[in-house]
Ligand binder design. Structure first.
Ligand code: IVH
Length: 750
């Protein structure tokens, strides 16, 4: 309390207020960073609000804090623009996972098949610990560190150069390096340093980190590099991006070269000649895990010969030539306090277990996924028993299982501890958010809200998806902000985002007057929204949040149709055939069930043909449908879902409203211009010099589209021995036909 007239006391109190004010500011900023950038909230919402209220109260009580109170406007606002962005010269990939020895054998078998190797042929690997930290890419030009970037979405990361320069394990200058060298590896914190940091924070009344990975992430992503300097971060190098010249012929020696250049490489890297070697090394590392002094969550296996890595290439986000063999999950027992139902953007009702908090492998867990109705009753998607058929009831004593970053699950139920009054869970048949019917269709495990755009949960989730990183990615408009705008009725559908400035830039209600916003952050947001009026077609398609349309599907659709109006017109046509396709599916199901009842063979194809014929699908519509599901990677399920979305008049009207505000950019031409860029290629028959998968991946990497069937749009048919009807059809249509050698010659120039 300030005593008027007592200036000494007054100034002491004010100093204390200033100290608290700055401390709160730092804490709120860190919380914002964790929430918006690491997607990993470090404090509860209640705790956040309490701190913010205290912060505001201090500002009001001590007007002299006004000189630093300008910060108040930005605290609570997104800080994702805090770091500059860096586009990676080569995408930063993640890894596929193996959970047991069989998965590792399957991995090896798959590679051999892809490469056309026999089981007796040798295929060497490296095995090394999978460090549980955050990945970082370091770019050196002529031996000098020029920038450091986090992984981000794999394509664009954050510029954390100044922070990376404070890490002792990262050399600033390298002798004898290629002119361009991108080194990739993991930033992590040792157990010892982590405990000491948390102890220090506890002593200062600050917040503690849940685990070393969070601590490393929070420390690297400090806007003030001096804070990073004070944090004991380390770095292991394990791979590379762009290089002006190869480092070595093998993975093992490439890492050895990085070590000689001054990087830390993991001492447990081993060259292995067989799967048995890999698994033996895995067991050895697993035994040492607890005493290594830093967190690892598995062992990474990589094909050793770099020429083979190049042949194997990449899937959309993972290399084919590597896999992470994860350590088994961690387990703990606790009480199930309740089951909540969340409604997702496609209307799926997801049951979530609310648990008495428990620590599982060092992380506090209070929620677990319950997937769907069957999972709760103790059945999997095929109707087979899981957990020995035990159902899950509120009040049960349940075993929680957590594996790496995966959302925790319930592995078991202790029936001996089941309370007498526990009753089986009854899955809701109405949406808890909007009261519409929640329907579970035949053959589907999930209940879906039928409310569509009237369901606030669906629209809110759709909006969050719309602004997510792989979609519109608007600086300053994250999940939290768009959720608040939606709750207050400012943004009801995506198009409203593009009217925010018009509606709330001036006038009675203004964005800058909202809690957590100020003049500067509001202007920044409006500018960021303007920036995203120009959007690539693939991102737009993905952003719409149509069921089954992921990033890869959206990209395939964009490449296939080239522009929005062509796609929309094609889908309008295809809808007519989609309806027949759905009717045929249903008729097929009925026929199958009737045949089972009458113990006779089902006449599936006749039933389908009859069902389609009954619908009288115009030829053009049938062609548009065939063309859609003929796009490589787009099947009938995705096709139906797209047609449903475009055929729903409300959804379609919302798309049209949105499109009026946007300039849609055509898909980028593949960067590597080749003789087959933009051509549609079909492979048929036996290929002798490469496997089918390799042929497809190579063609795609050269910018060609690979289709499964021959049509008027096919440019080249590559026909090996044994090619049948496809070759005939190609001849009939006058499509260029090449044999395997002809194809290899055509692409040899690249
Ligand atoms: S290799 C293209 N090796 O694990 C190859 N990754 O879950 C990319 N990681 O994003 C990665 N230790 O951040 C590789 N020894 C190791 C690793 C490792 C940790 C991380 C990396 C990656 C993530 C995938």
């Amino acid at each position: 309390m300030i005593q008027s007239g007592d200036t000494d006391l007054n100034s002491r109190t004010s100093d204390e207020a200033r100290r608290q004010f700055l401390e709160l500011q730092e804490q709120l900023r860190a919380a914002d960073l964790a929430y918006h950038q690491a997607d990993d909230p470090q404090i509860s919402d209640a705790d956040y609000d309490a701190k913010k209220n205290r912060y505001r109260a201090l500002a009001e009580q001590f007007p002299e804090l006004s000189e630093i109170a300008t910060e108040l406007e930005t605290v609570g606002a997104p800080v994702s623009s805090g770091f500059g962005k860096i586009t990676h010269a080569q995408r930063m990939m993640s890894l596929g996972n193996a959970f047991d020895d069989d998965d590792v054998r399957d991995f090896d078998r798959g590679l051999r098949k892809y490469l056309g190797l026999e089981s007796a042929d040798s295929l060497a690997y490296t095995a090394e610990p999978k460090i549980d930290g955050l990945s970082l890419s370091l770019r050196y030009e002529n031996g000098a560190l020029v920038h450091a970037a986090t992984r981000g979405d794999g394509t664009v990361g954050e510029n954390v150069t100044e922070n990376a320069r404070t890490i002792a394990d990262i050399p600033q200058k390298i002798d004898d390096a290629p002119a361009v060298l991108e080194v990739r590896g993991e930033v992590y914190m040792s157990h010892e340093d982590f405990s000491a940091l948390n102890e220090r924070h506890t002593a200062q009344g600050g917040k503690t980190f849940a685990n070393p990975r969070n601590a490393a992430a929070g420390s690297l992503r400090q806007l003030n590099a001096e804070i990073t300097r004070a944090r004991p971060l380390r770095f292991f190098a394990y791979s590379w991006g762009e290089l002006s010249e190869p480092l070595a012929p093998t993975q093992f020696y490439a890492l050895e070269r990085l070590r000689v250049m001054g990087f830390q490489t993991n001492p447990l890297i081993k060259h292995c000649e067989s799967i048995t070697d890999l698994i033996t090394h895995y067991r050895k590392i697993e035994k040492q895990r607890a005493t290594l002094g830093y967190d690892i969550d598995g062992v990474v296996y990589k094909v050793d010969t770099l020429a083979l890595q190049a042949r194997l290439g990449f899937r959309s986000t993972t290399p084919r030539w590597a896999i992470a063999h994860k350590f088994p999950a961690e387990l703990a027992w606790t009480r199930l306090e309740g089951i909540d139902i969340q409604v997702g953007r496609t209307g799926a009702l997801s049951p979530v277990a609310r648990l008495q908090s428990v620590t599982v492998g060092g992380v506090v867990v209070s929620n677990a996924t319950l997937h769907n109705e069957d999972y709760i009753t103790g059945r999997d998607s095929k109707g087979e028993e899981i957990r020995g058929g035990k159902d899950i009831r509120v009040g049960d004593w349940v075993q929680i299982y957590r594996a790496g970053d995966v959302i925790p699950k319930i592995a078991d139920v202790d029936l001996t501890k089941r309370p007498d009054d526990a009753v089986p869970f009854v899955f809701p048949t109405v949406c808890p958010e909007c009261g519409s019917d929640a329907v579970r269709e035949d053959g589907d495990a999930v209940h879906r809200c039928t409310g569509g755009m009237i369901c606030p949960a669906q629209t809110s989730e759709k909006l969050k998806h719309f602004v997510s990183r792989a979609a519109f990615d608007i600086d300053g408009l994250g999940a939290k902000q768009v959720e608040q705008f939606h709750a207050d009725g400012w943004v009801k559908e995506p198009v409203d985002i593009f009217d925010l400035q018009e509606n709330y830039g001036s006038g009675l209600q203004q964005l800058k007057n909202r809690e957590g916003w100020g003049g500067k952050s509001a202007d920044n947001l409006f500018a960021a929204i303007e920036d995203k009026r120009r959007i690539p077609l693939a991102k737009l398609i993905f952003a719409l949040g149509i069921r089954h349309v992921g990033e890869v599907g959206a990209r395939d659709l964009a490449l296939h149709y080239g522009d929005w109006s062509t796609m929309a017109a094609a889908l309008d046509l295809a809808q007519l055939a989609a309806a027949a396709h759905r009717a045929a599916d249903q008729a097929e199901d009925r026929e199958r069930q009737a045949a089972a009842r009458e113990s006779r063979r089902a006449r599936i194809s006749e039933t389908r043909t009859a069902a389609v014929a009954e619908r009288e699908v115009p030829e053009e519509a049938a062609a548009a449908w065939e063309d859609l599901i003929g796009v490589d990677g787009i099947g009938a399920v995705l096709g139906l879902s797209l047609c449903d979305a475009f055929g729903n008049s409300e959804e379609r009207a919302a798309f049209d409203r949105l499109l009026e505000k946007l300039t849609v950019l055509p898909p980028e031409a593949p960067t590597n211009d080749s003789p087959v860029t933009g051509l549609t290629v079909v492979f048929t028959g036996t290929l002798e010099k490469m496997t089918r998968a390799e042929a497809k991946a190579r063609a795609e990497s050269l910018g060609a589209k690979v289709a499964g069937s021959v049509s008027k749009k096919t440019d080249i048919l590559v026909a090996g021995p044994g090619a049948g009807s496809k070759e005939q059809k190609a001849r009939d249509l006058g499509v260029r036909i090449l044999d395997e050698d002809g194809w290899l010659e055509l692409i040899a120039a690249v």
